[in-house]
Design a protein around this ligand. Structure first.
Ligand code: GLA
Length: 377
């Protein structure tokens, strides 16, 4: 933070007034269910995006990226599409304006340590930090759910990624030491305390895949196709029993596999919440493992590296369960581990993964953190 404040002073020759921050997230369970109106259970992580800022009285935004060493400048009255890193801030500004907010610009310096393309929602963290910055510069009240929805629209409309609402909600509304149980149809949230005896371990395969957006959008279309065949608005509206009784209505075999994942995954989220409430890490872990297998075989969004790292985790002492997390195709997996064994686990998984596929993994313990916030300097 000192670095950010000093950089602001060096760049703008003044002291910043506010620090806006918003975290990345790791999804514990409920993968690809959000755009099917289903259930998800992410938690915010310690890695975050921060913006040091001073509000302006006009409609200019000047935002210096410390990590890229690049300045972006735009006028709120004349937002234009481009192809730089500042598409996220512009998209957020555009959706805030469309929602009727009267915005003032700001001078800001932005920095972040959420790894990009790793499935930990670095883009949602940027969006929510920018929304938090506008909230301070323009003096409106912060409504986490409304801001998450606006940031999702920015990503859908301005950036062109058809993501669901999970990442933005996790970044906006998470609470320290809690997972965020979210119903993506109603946007109702419940904070579920993390059991004290469990460590959440993030395992970054260090693989990244391009073309994630097109594969993602294809999965979305296949889910919509199966929902149409089943005559419902969202796959969320179908219970496992209904699905079994109507399976013949889904014509396309790929759409059927996608539906089987979504409908079973929704049940797994509900069961995981139940297991958390009754402090049953073994049951949680089993549900994690089932989720991974379903994502691997039915939703087909894992890659070899994700399967290898998850299998490496399953082999270790103290591991309750492990699964890929985020959109998939590369990036991170997540494991639930007995707290006292977590450090040894992290080392052993790194070594086992390297032995299996020759790649260096980044494996670390993660703590459930607070959602977006603002502080005065
Ligand atoms: C990405 C999207 C989310 C969600 C996940 C998969 O992170 O941004 O909306 O669909 O993939 O669960």
């Amino acid at each position: 933070m000192t670095n950010l404040i000093e950089s602001y002073t060096a760049y703008f020759n003044a002291k910043p007034q506010f620090i806006a921050r918003a975290p990345g997230r790791v999804n514990l369970i409920g993968e690809h269910t959000d755009y099917n109106g289903g259930f998800v259970l992410p938690m915010a992580i310690e890695q975050e995006v921060s913006i040091a800022l001073v509000p302006r009285l006009d409609s200019t935004v000047r935002l210096f990226s410390l990590d890229l060493d690049l300045i972006a400048q735009f006028e709120l009255g004349a937002l234009l599409h481009g192809d730089g890193w500042d598409e996220y801030p512009k998209g957020v500004a555009d959706e805030l304006l469309k929602a009727g907010f009267r915005l003032n610009g700001f001078d800001g310096v932005i920095t972040g340590n959420v790894p990009r393309g790793a499935g930990l929602s670095s883009s949602a963290a940027v969006e929510l930090a920018v929304a938090r910055a506008f909230c301070a510069s323009s003096n409106f009240e912060w409504d986490a759910v409304q801001m998450a929805t606006i940031c999702q629209k920015a990503e859908n409309h301005w950036v062109g990624v058809q993501c669901g609402i999970m990442d933005q909600m996790a970044s906006a509304a998470s609470r320290k030491n809690n997972a965020l149980f979210l119903d993506c149809k109603t946007l109702a949230i419940q904070n579920i305390p993390m059991p004290a005896n469990i460590a959440v371990v993030v395992m970054d395969t260090s693989t990244r895949r391009g073309l994630v957006a097109s594969a993602y959008n294809e999965r979305r279309r296949q889910c919509e196709e199966s929902a149409r065949d089943l005559n419902v608005e969202f796959l969320r509206d179908v219970s496992w029993l209904d699905f079994q009784n109507n399976i013949g209505k889904i014509k396309n075999p790929d759409a059927l596999k996608r539906a089987r994942h979504i409908i079973s995954e929704n049940e797994r989220v509900l069961n995981t919440v139940d297991a958390m409430r009754s402090n049953d890490p073994f049951r949680m872990g089993k549900l994690f493992n089932e989720s991974h297998i379903s994502l691997r075989d039915d939703f087909e969004v894992t890659n070899d590296a994700l399967n290898q790292i998850v299998e490496s985790a399953w082999e270790q002492d103290g591991c309750f369960g492990a699964r890929m997390t985020g959109a998939g195709f590369g990036g991170c997996a997540v494991a639930l581990v007995e707290k006292e064994k977590a450090r040894a686990f992290a080392q052993a998984v790194g070594a086992a993964y390297k032995h299996r596929c020759g790649l260096e993994a980044l494996v670390y313990l993660s703590k459930a953190s607070d959602g977006a916030s603002i502080s005065k300097c």
